[in-house]
Design a protein around this ligand. Sequence first.
Ligand code: HAM
Length: 434
Amino acid sequence: MPKFQAPRGTRDLLPTDRAVFLRLEDTARDLAMRYGFAPIETPIFEGSAVYERGVGEVTDVVEKELFRVQAGRGGSERERWALRPEPTAGICRAYVQHGMRTWPQPVKLTMTGPMFRYDRPQAGRYRQFWQFDVEAIGDAGPAIDAEIIELAMAFFGEVGLTDVQVLVNSIGDATCRPTYIAALTDYFRGHEAELPEQERARLETAPLRLLDSKDERMAGLVAGAPVITDHLCSDCQVHFEGLLAHLEGVSIEPRLEPTLVRGLDYYTRTAFEFYRSGAEGQQEALGGGGRYDGLVERLGGQATPGIGFGIGLDRVALALAEQDPTPAAEPWRPVAVVVGTDPDDTVVRLQLATELRGAGLASRPDLTARRLGKQLDGAARAGAHFAIICGDELEAGHVQVKDLMAGTQRQVDVTELARDLTRAHTQHRHGDDA
Ligand code: HAM
């Protein structure tokens, strides 16, 4: 076992894994931009207060899982930072800081990158993980709530994940939630003796969290608890009905889930999560989000509504691998490797490969002094379609093109090489030359 290892709960994304993530990130960015979301990048760490105030001090994410960052010198009060556990609070901090209120509303932003939570590592739960995030700030909904959910579903569709379902709920607002929380607290107090110790403690600080307790002993109690959708005020009720009508309008059939409360404090009204059908355990959410109409204000801005989602790319990658274990394409795999009969003539190999790359073909020269046979073996092992053999005929303007997949070889004029290879490679990909 090597002495130095990636920290527990993190992992190296080796080239084939990284290629999957790159494809997910590219799809995410392209899709979000098609929906009018502009890219933004906020720092990977923020003042801890952004999360304490934004996400909420008594959430698991802040209370237990925040990676606090200490500067070398120790750090003053002003220098209390934390690695971002999620992007929404940082993006809303940026909204306030840059006066985005004066931009055309809603301000639609997207970001994809690593997040950090000091959680107990397990399958699909890492201490560094990647999220595709979108936020629409400045629109009170409910139509945009449906648009955001539809965008997430379109992402799952474009990356090829089938069977994804959205669970939705309304968790009310400052008008109706306190009454609901009072009813919920009363209910659980009536069952206090049956509550596991941790849940009894949470009853005082975050009673809503009992609804999505990970403790199996809670299942029966939660099933009998009062549901928030019976306690919504009329504005929240109208909003929720509007959301459902718009979802229907874009042919999305949500599953209504009255115990879905989400783990971050900033949510109001619309809350949702995405699951693959039949994989609805706590660890399996592919993504989640909701409305956060109070967050910008909590971070020092004016009252501004907002809604967004975060999709866990690690979990999407795992689900895709389960669905289809065939390794993903490797875009760095060469179409052509330029080899040479004169072991020392690397200049000509380098020149030819450079020319092919200039024409858009993934190519590499073999720059070793190995014998031709070894160079050809290397080209085949690299998965190249063609080996370009530079020999004496080069003086007359010709090279040999060996098709490593078909096992054929022919002479090609150097001036025709790029066009010839492009045509032959495309034909092969479409199966025309079999
Ligand atoms: P979240 O539900 O905490 O929401 O995280 C969103 C997604 O990130 C989860 O559904 C999951 O797929 C993934 N995820 C979370 N923690 C881990 C982990 N430890 N390892 C692997 N994947 C993980 C948010 O973060 C909100 N900011 C979403 C949002 C955006 N709400 C409004 N706008």
